[in-house]
Design a protein around this ligand. Structure first.
Ligand SMILES: *Cc1c(COP(=O)(O)O)cnc(C)c1O
Length: 431
């Protein structure tokens, strides 16, 4: 299938082109030229995850991947479950954090890594990315040991938790990590400068692997189908046609993937886009004015985004009628409500974390009595151990993935927030 640039519609690329390029001209996002309507949803829901995901994804990758290649990619990328857990008779969580770095970003990052491995052939690629935590870990693990792909991850030294740091700085091999003396914004600025430096970008084959990459979004479509497949087998109230999905949102990639799933024919009734105090979208849907404020820090920090980069895709789907224009409502949840919701869920017997709590609370505000609310569990509570323990007043256990890396050695190099230093490093160490 062809993908076109939402800003410069004449620019059209194949799936492989969109994956390798990431962003189009003039910072435009790539979008599929058509989203097919699948007419065999019941049949798809009865299939196992891998077989179903291949069926859902194949129209998008046809021409660049054979069905056999796609099957191999999906099999190795989705080698962990997405799981529906009932909370009570009206609510269930779709847990997306059973992958190697305990966050939903494992689905997209692993699928993208396997695709790039096929598309890069013998050409060397350098993935350069800045992280404030979760993305770095997902990208590092997804690309670890993939031939011909070098990964360089920048993060603000001393500004992420030790466990978060250990999750991506201890791998070695093709994963290089730089502890930058500066803030997350400094790291992002360095990455941006590197992409603007055309000579550097072509010499080392730069790619960002960030969440605007279409391959990451397409991978995420598959877990909405998996969630519905499990709901359709369970005896809880879930009348499939009354399911509302609440999504804890930052860059709105997860919502974009959900809208794709709905457009493909999955009977999601509607969506609630839940945000923290970074509420540009809920304000926009109310007033029609796009007025991002300065980003504020919250305990659901993976959603601390005030100018979400996937919004143009959402807007396009609403305006062009790919999905009904009234299928999204949006609610902002403040810090106090987030904390009390983590406690409330614990009383119901479910240990959550701030991101899932934001989505659960939004259901309480927005879902009707005749609707069944599913909210997305985007990260394992242990990734936010300090916050969760201080809210609950009791210790929570560490899963094996985190416990294992806690004793490993950090392999990062320290670097000043200086572009020339980074440039020299990237060129000198390129081999
Ligand atoms: C990245 C992230 C989000 C936000 O997802 P978007 O697709 O950017 O909206 C929510 N929760 C967690 C734990 C995340 O890591």
């Amino acid at each position: 299938m062809k993908f076109y640039n939402l800003k410069e519609n004449d620019e059209q690329v194949s799936f492989a082109g969109a994956v390798k390029q990431g962003l189009g001209k003039n910072q435009g996002l790539f979008f599929p030229e058509t989203i097919p309507v699948l007419d065999n949803i019941d049949e798809l829901l009865a299939m196992p995850l891998v077989e179903r995901s291949v069926q859902v994804l194949y129209p998008f990758v046809e021409g660049d991947l054979t069905k056999a290649q796609l099957t191999e990619i999906v099999t190795s990328a989705f080698n962990f479950p997405a799981q529906i857990q009932p909370i009570n008779k009206d609510r269930a969580i779709l847990e997306l954090f059973h992958g190697p770095t305990l966050a939903f970003k494992d689905f997209g990052a692993r699928f993208m890594a396997k695709c790039l491995q096929v598309f890069s052939k013998d050409k060397k690629i350098t993935i350069l990315t800045a992280t404030s935590g979760d993305t770095g870990a997902a990208v590092a693990h997804a690309f670890h040991n993939i031939e011909n792909i070098r990964v360089v991850i920048l993060y603000p030294k001393g500004k992420i938790s030790l466990l978060q740091e250990k999750m991506f700085t201890t791998l070695g091999g093709n994963i290089e990590t730089l502890a930058i003396d500066g803030s997350f914004d400094d790291c992002q600025a360095l990455v941006k400068k590197s992409f603007d430096d055309r000579e550097l970008a072509t010499t080392i084959g730069l790619n960002s692997a960030n969440s605007i990459n279409i391959s990451r979004l397409l991978a995420q479509v598959c877990y909405y189908f998996e969630g519905f497949a499990q709901l359709s087998r369970q005896k809880c109230k879930a009348e499939l046609n009354d399911v509302v999905v609440s999504i804890p949102s930052g860059n709105f990639g997860n919502l974009t993937a959900g809208l794709f799933a709905k457009a493909l024919g999955l009977p999601i009734k509607r969506f609630i886009a839940a945000t923290n105090a970074n509420d540009t979208v809920p304000r926009y849907l109310k007033t029609g004015q796009w007025t991002p404020n300065a980003t504020v820090a919250t305990i659901s920090n993976a959603m601390d985004v005030s100018d979400p980069n996937n919004w143009p895709r959402v807007e396009h789907m609403l305006k062009s009628g790919i999905v009904p224009s009234d299928c999204i409502s949006s609610v902002a949840i403040d810090e106090e409500q987030t904390q009390s919701t983590v406690l409330q869920l614990a009383k119901l017997g479910y240990i959550s974390e701030p991101h899932a709590a934001v989505a659960y609370k939004a259901l309480q505000y927005n879902a009707n009595d005749d609707e069944f609310g599913v909210f997305l569990g985007t990260a394992h509570p242990a990734k936010f151990k300090e916050v969760v323990e201080s809210i609950l007043g009791q210790p929570i256990g560490l899963p094996k993935e985190l416990a294992d890396c806690a004793s490993e050695t950090i392999l990062s190099k320290d670097m000043a927030a200086n572009f020339n230093d980074l440039r020299d490093y990237l060129l000198l160490n390129d081999h």
